[in-house]
Structures are given as structure tokens and as C-alpha cells.
Design a protein around this ligand. Structure first.
Ligand SMILES: *Cc1c(COP(=O)(O)O)cnc(C)c1O
Length: 563
């Protein structure tokens, strides 16, 4: 079954979450979608990659919104045997002193040309395991810190062992965020010097060799966002897998910091946008942090009508998205007609899900992402009277969506507050909140909106990717200058900036947002259609042609994987 994949050395790509397809709920948001796009572009470009993740049988969660506008969470069980094949290999490891067996599923991701990338989904739900251990690979980002540590042991250590057991020869390892960093410990043990060659007091580990093998992409621009585990917990769960003094040298003296561990043993380290690389250098001084700005997968994030349009006018765009720089030659009428199809699809979906009928001639502002404080989904609603006045002059409609992590109380309160605003504004602005934001809803929203809105608190948005998806559908972004938008925004050409690039102040950003909306965006939409379409084309030509995952993977290939 694996013969076609093990005949050549591969890049092993480790990620806690991967969005493989809409029916497989093994992702929570941007990180997982990026991992999915990484694998999809690798398949299209025929890069020899193998991806490793957890099977997450209970998914992240399915979101329901109750009558009070509160999020209700349901487990979202899926059956791996519907999409993947069980592998015969199994490996064992010690967790909390018990033997835990790990098996794997093979999912094959088929590219648009001939490429195929194997994805290994790790699974501890085996009858020979203790009941508690069977659930280690069930809940994506569920449970307490000890549960998370166990998951990360299975992902990093179990994943590396599984690849070996399956016969993969790995030329490079790539850790997508710190969750899989324990893999470096497995590699240190694997490549340790024979005891007779180690002089007393010297380290038995071949650190330079492991460093040569490892690459690390960090995604989190704030210290608090990095996974850390107290060493007493690590010792209880992991036992004497590696000596504590060694671990402290590599991963921090106070806690096991997964980012520090990955940084200590990775030859190539990168942030996910230029500004994020700079922030990461300040968080972890002394490391060389490259910047590989994220991208999105061209085919996955283009509405079928746009796929058809590009196929007609710009053949080959799917393999070489850079040809989209020529999209300005597509007739205006064709761009508008294609956008209208995407917009009608969104309007239909909104009606089906909420019963609300949006108007096809009124611009739709789209806002969807993880609901959490730094994303500031409430910024647009900070001054309801002002928002009303703007809407009375030139009307617009709003489509919202997003999940809050089950333990993010602030995020959940934001969802409730948004529903309050929807209610308060009901007689002036049509606003809907689509439940259970997933890949399918995301595509419908990024393609069917007229303006994509993003209002994070700088510098918290490492990259952000939904605005790139919008660009593939000719939807310009109105966004705070953070993450990728620092590089992508050309004012009035690819979209518009909120605030300035230096400071993020709630009041200033809010004021700037209202001014841009009332004085620039809405007047252009209503009063100068050709100029509006020029901005749509600017988003395609200048953003989509560049901020795609093919370009991103070509950079990883030439700068990180081949060295
Ligand atoms: C793209 C995507 C995200 C990430 O969007 P950001 O703009 O980076 O926050 C989250 N969830 C889903 C379902 C997505 O498709």
C-alpha cells in the first residue's frame, strides 16, 4: 500500500491539525487550513512529502448557536475508515508508566496533476490500550495540560517512530508550530553516540546532526500562546525518556517550552510573514528567523465560477498562480458576472441556514475567523449609532461566522455580544451569523462577500489567511495592517488599510474603520463601478498571484528542504 511512497526519501511534515477536506473535522482554524494547503500544494507540485497528524476522532467541535446567541459545542465524531485505510504497523511508547500502542491511518491526498501525498493519522484507540489512553487522539485541543502533553508525545515521538516503522526514509523534518517539537527528542535518542564513545561528562547526543534534519515554523507572536509544561508533569508523563538536565538546556529552565525546544534543534526557523518574523526574533533573541509569508491553495479557495473564468483566460494558473498577474486583461463584465454568481451562492446559503434574505445589489461585508479577543470582531460594532448613520447614507449588509475555543470564555462572550448587536441593528442593517464555520462556509463567504474585513490587534495576527482566499475571488480586503496585509496592502489598489502600521489603538482603529467605510469603500462601490472592479482585479493580480501556497512551498523546498 505504501510502496509508491517509500521508494524515495521524503520531507516529514508534522502538524497537530490538518484540514484535509470539509468532511474530516481534524482542524480548528487557520493553522490547520494552512497545513492542509501545504499538503495540497505539495501534491500539486509533486514534492516528496509525508504529513503526520492525529486522527482526532471526535474532531474539534460542531458549533450550534442557541436562541440567546450563545455557542453550544457538540463533539463531531467521524469514521476514519470512510476516507482512510488502516495501516498494519503499530508502535508502542511509555506514557504515565503505561505502555501505549499507536496505530495509523493512511489518507492519500490527490493533487490536480499526478501528485499524491500520504498523510498518516495517528490513532491510540486500540483495544489493547488502557481506556484513558484510547482517548488520547480523540479531542483536538481538548482536555487539560496533561492531556495535551500526551497528545504531543504521540504526535512528535509516536509520529517519528511510526514513519520509521512504515519504512519511510526521511530527509528533513518540518514542525508546523511547536506541538510536535518532542520529535527532536526522539531524533536525539535515535542518533545518540554509542555509550563506549561518550567520555564521562560529555553529552551522548549528536545535536548538530539532529539540527541539520529539522525545520520549524512558528505561528504565535505572543509569549502566552506557546505551549509550556511544568517539568514535574513532564517527568510523570514521559518518565526518564531523556535526562532532565538535557531537556532543561534545550527547552528552558523553568518549563518545557515547546517553542524553545523546536528552536534549539532546528537549522531552519521561520515566521509566517515578514512582520511576524521580526516579532519572533524579539520574543526569542539569538535565533535567525526567516520569513516565509503564508499562502493559500489556489484551487481550493477559488469559487467554481472563478476557476472556470481563470481556466478560460489564464490557463495553467492552478499550477503557476503567478500568471494571475495578467488577470487585469479579463473583461470587467466577466469579472463582475463571476462575482455575482459567487455572491448569489452566498445569499442562497444564508437564506437556507438562517432564513434571512440578503439583497444582491447591496454590498456584503464578510467577517469570519476564530472568535477571540485579539481578533476584535466587535470593533465594527464599537459605536452602533455611528454604524447606523453610515448605513443610512449608503446601505450594506454583514455576514459573520466563527467558533470560539470551548475554554475561551472571552471569545464566547464576543459571540453573544455580536448576536446582541445583530438584534439591536435589525431595523437598519441586515446582519447574519452563520453557525459552524468550516472550510465550506469559509469558501462561500470569502467568495460571496464584496469586502473582506479583518480587524486584529497588532501585532497579534501572525499572518492571517482568509483575506488571501478572498483575493483569489476578487474580493478586496479592508484590514488593519498586521500579518500578511503589511505586505499585501496597496491602498486603493488591492484593498484598504485600517489605522496606521505603527500603533494599534482601539479608538484610532475604530475611527479609521468607520471613516474608510463611509468615505472610501461604500462610495466607490455605489458610485464608480469600473473603479471598484479595478480594485477587485488588483486583489487578484497583486495579491492572489503572490500570496498562494504554491509560492510558499517552492520557498520551503529551495530554502529549507534542500540544503
Ligand atoms: C482560512 C480559515 C481560517 C483562518 O482565517 P484567518 O483569517 O487566518 O483568521 C479559519 N478557519 C477556517 C475554517 C478557514 O477556512
Amino acid at each position: 500500500m505504501l510502496d509508491e511512497f517509500i521508494h524515495e526519501p521524503r520531507i516529514a511534515y508534522f502538524s497537530m491539525e490538518i484540514a484535509l477536506r470539509n468532511e474530516i473535522p481534524t482542524y480548528s482554524g487557520g493553522l490547520g487550513v494552512l497545513a492542509g494547503d501545504t499538503v495540497r500544494s505539495s501534491a500539486d507540485l509533486e514534492l516528496p512529502l509525508v504529513a503526520v497528524t492525529l486522527v482526532s476522532r471526535a474532531g474539534y467541535f460542531r458549533q450550534e448557536i442557541d436562541a440567546q446567541g450563545r455557542q453550544v459545542e457538540h463533539p463531531e465524531y467521524w469514521d476514519p475508515s470512510r476516507f482512510a485505510t488502516r495501516l498494519s504497523a503499530g508502535i508502542a511508547m511509555r506514557i504515565e508508566g503505561r505502555e501505549v500502542w499507536v496505530s495509523g491511518w493512511l489518507y492519500i491526498l490527490q493533487g490536480h496533476m499526478n501528485g499524491r501525498v500520504p498523510v498518516i493519522l495517528l490513532d491510540t484507540d486500540l483495544p489493547l490500550n488502557h481506556d484513558d489512553d484510547r482517548k488520547i487522539t480523540h479531542y483536538l485541543y481538548g482536555g487539560d495540560a496533561a492531556y495535551r502533553l500526551k497528545q504531543e508525545i504521540v504526535l512528535g515521538i509516536g509520529g517519528a517512530r511510526m514513519l520509521q516503522a512504515l519504512g519511510f526514509e526521511i530527509r528533513q523534518y518540518h514542525m508546523n508550530e511547536g506541538h510536535s517539537a518532542l520529535l527532536v527528542i526522539e531524533l536525539l535518542r535515535r542518533y545518540a553516540y554509542p555509550p563506549e564513545d561518550v567520555r564521562p561528562g560529555e553529552s551522548p547526543y549528536d545535536i548538530p546532526r539532529v539540527r541539520e534534519l529539522c525545520n520549524f515554523t512558528t505561528h504565535t507572536p505572543v509569549e502566552a500562546g506557546h505551549d509550556k509544561f511544568p517539568y514535574d508533569m513532564v517527568q510523570r508523563v514521559l518518565g526518564d525518556f531523556i535526562s532532565l538536565p538535557t531537556l532543561k538546556t534545550l527547552a528552558g529552565s523553568e518549563n518545557l517550552n515547546m517553542t524553545s525546544l523546536a528552536l534549539s534543534l532546528s537549522e531552519y526557523v521561520n515566521g509566517v510573514a515578514k512582520s511576524h518574523a521580526e516579532v519572533s526574533k524579539k520574543l526569542y533573541p539569538g535565533y535567525r528567523v526567516h520569513a516565509v509569508t503564508n499562502g493559500v491553495h489556489p484551487f481550493t479557495w477559488s469559487h467554481p465560477a472563478f476557476i472556470k473564468l481563470y481556466d478560460t483566460h489564464l490557463p495553467g494558473w492552478c499550477h503557476e498562480p503567478a500568471v494571475l498577474v495578467r488577470a487585469d486583461r479579463i473583461p470587467d463584465a466577466a469579472i463582475w458576472e463571476t462575482h455575482t454568481q459567487a455572491k448569489n451562492d452566498l445569499i442562497e446559503r444564508v437564506k437556507k441556514l438562517t432564513g434571512v434574505e440578503l439583497h444582491p445589489k447591496i454590498p456584503i461585508l464578510g467577517f469570519a475567523r476564530r472568535m477571540t479577543a485579539y481578533k476584535r470582531p466587535d470593533l465594527l460594532f464599537a459605536d452602533l449609532a455611528r454604524l447606523k448613520t453610515i448605513a443610512q447614507e449608503r446601505s450594506f449588509q454583514i455576514v459573520l461566522a466563527g467558533k470560539a475555543h470551548p475554554r475561551d470564555e472571552g471569545g464566547k462572550r464576543l459571540i453573544e455580544a455580536l448576536h446582541g448587536h445583530i438584534h439591536e441593528l435589525a431595523d437598519t442593517i441586515r446582519i447574519v451569523y452563520l453557525p459552524n464555520y468550516d472550510m465550506e462556509t469559509a469558501l462561500a463567504m470569502v467568495s460571496g462577500s464584496d469586502v473582506w474585513l479583518n480587524t486584529p490587534l497588532r501585532p497579534m495576527e501572525a499572518s492571517g489567511t482568509s483575506g488571501m482566499k478572498a483575493a483569489f475571488n476578487g474580493v478586496p480586503q479592508l484590514s488593519v495592517l498586521d500579518g500578511w496585509w503589511v505586505e499585501g496592502c496597496i491602498e486603493g489598489v488591492t484593498g484598504w488599510a485600517i489605522g496606521n502600521a505603527m500603533e494599534s489603538a482601539n479608538g484610532e482603529d475604530q475611527d479609521s474603520l468607520y471613516i474608510k467605510l463611509a468615505q472610501v469603500v461604500l462610495p466607490l462601490y455605489y458610485m464608480d463601478r469600473p473603479a471598484w472592479i479595478a480594485v477587485m482585479k488588483g486583489a487578484i493580480c497583486k495579491s492572489a498571484s503572490f500570496f498562494n501556497s504554491h509560492r510558499m512551498m517552492r520557498r520551503y523546498a529551495t530554502e529549507a528542504y534542500i540544503r
